[in-house]
Design a protein around this ligand. Structure first.
Ligand code: F3S
Length: 376
């Protein structure tokens, strides 16, 4: 209600599901424990973002302070008490809590919000962990922002002349568009092939990290507006931007903060899908990772279960890597690696680690660097 007042909301509207960006941090703990203590229960399916796999990390790194484990344990227990779906994943819209076109929902998690609005065509504002959980408990959210059609109007026309071949190209595109468009709603034209699920995920995650893109259109490829005119609701764009290979190349260069010896590779920010895990397994087949390089792939419990069955987990482990569930890269469990040098395929991962250099490159380059122990 207070958020609704702050935004002059038209009132409260019912939602059908929510996703709370839970974390193993004290601010989250206070709120969810308060609700749990008061007997609150989620009225609609409410999934949870990753915290971390407490047992796995505390066995691995005995120097994680015990109070950190205590906070994470209490957060997870409290979400259970309020009846949340304990997905501990930042891609719940793929398996554990899937909105449909036109649904009104309350989804937090920066990478999930644009996906839900744009790729699925459901309606959500950029929620915090607390506001999403509160909405899940009362089954309602204030009607403002992206719950009003007029506010879903495109703001910037982005003409994509760049060649987009793979998931990493969409990572670069998201990184660039987020930076240029900021808080706007970009309408992207010129993309001729429908992006894959993973390409959409990367675009969403990066554009809402380098910028604050909670919604975008690719008319004809995303679902809500089939034409550019519809995306702008008949208005003119506020600004026009062209993205060529040059901009994407420069974006990639900016992400190369250093080179040389690496201590770790971190993948799965956002959580890797089964398809991406399969790609990692294929790249690691019959290879051995450098003995001084730690190699982690974060994913959902759902994807890991399937990866176990299919044999991808075994291949990754045999090479010396680890598939980790329930875990976000921005949690205290990584403390032993905070001051070390790493590599990732995700600028979002590099941004949130922010303590020490993390280079960003294609998956193939990350695997290659992990095998050789260095990035050129
Ligand atoms: Fe997921 Fe955490 Fe990255 S929630 S998107 S692994 S910052």
């Amino acid at each position: 209600m207070a958020i609704g007042d702050a935004y002059d909301a038209e009132g409260m509207i019912p939602i059908t599901r929510a996703h709370a960006a839970a974390s193993g941090q004290e601010g989250d703990l206070v709120f969810v424990e308060m609700l749990a203590k008061g007997g609150a229960k989620c009225m609609v399916p409410t999934s949870t973002n990753p915290v971390y796999d407490i047992k796995y990390f505390h066995d691995l790194f005995p120097n994680i302070p015990e109070n950190e484990a205590d906070v994470a344990r209490r957060v997870m227990a409290a979400y259970k008490r309020v009846g949340a779906i304990m997905s501990w994943s930042c891609t719940p819209y793929l398996a554990e809590n899937i909105p449909l076109f036109g649904e009104t929902v309350a989804f937090s998690e920066s990478s999930a919000t644009p996906y839900v609005n744009s790729v699925i065509g459901a309606c959500t504002n950029r929620e915090a962990a607390q506001s999403a959980l509160a909405a899940g408990v009362i089954g309602k959210t204030p009607k403002y922002g992206l719950h009003i059609k007029e506010n879903r109007k495109g703001t910037h026309l982005v003409d994509v002349e760049a060649t987009l071949n793979d998931e990493f190209d969409y990572t670069l595109l998201g990184q660039y568009v987020g930076k240029i468009v900021g808080y706007g709603i970009p309408v992207l034209t010129g993309i001729t092939r429908r992006p894959t699920t993973e390409e959409f995920i990367n675009f969403c995650a990066m554009s809402n990290t380098s910028g604050a893109i909670t919604m975008f259109y690719m008319p004809g490829l995303t679902v809500e507006a089939l034409t550019v005119k519809d995306a702008f609701q008949g208005d003119m764009p506020k600004d026009k931007v062209t993205v060529t290979n040059k901009e994407l190349g420069e974006t990639q260069e900016e992400l190369q903060t250093t080179c040389g010896k690496i201590d770790f590779v971190q993948l799965g920010c956002p959580h890797y899908t089964l398809k991406q895990i399969a790609e990692v397994a294929a790249l690691l087949e019959n290879k051995k990772l450098h003995k001084e390089v730690a190699f982690w792939v974060c994913t959902s419990a759902t994807a890991k279960t399937l990866a176990d069955r299919v044999g991808y987990t075994r291949t990754i482990e045999k090479a010396g890597g680890q598939l980790v569930v329930d875990t976000c890269i921005d949690e205290p469990c990584w403390i032993a690696y905070k001051q070390k040098i790493g590599m990732t395929d995700s600028p979002k991962c590099a941004y949130y680690r922010r303590y020490k250099d993390v280079m960003v490159g294609r998956l193939e380059d990350c695997v290659d660097a992990a095998v050789r122990g260095e990035w050129k």
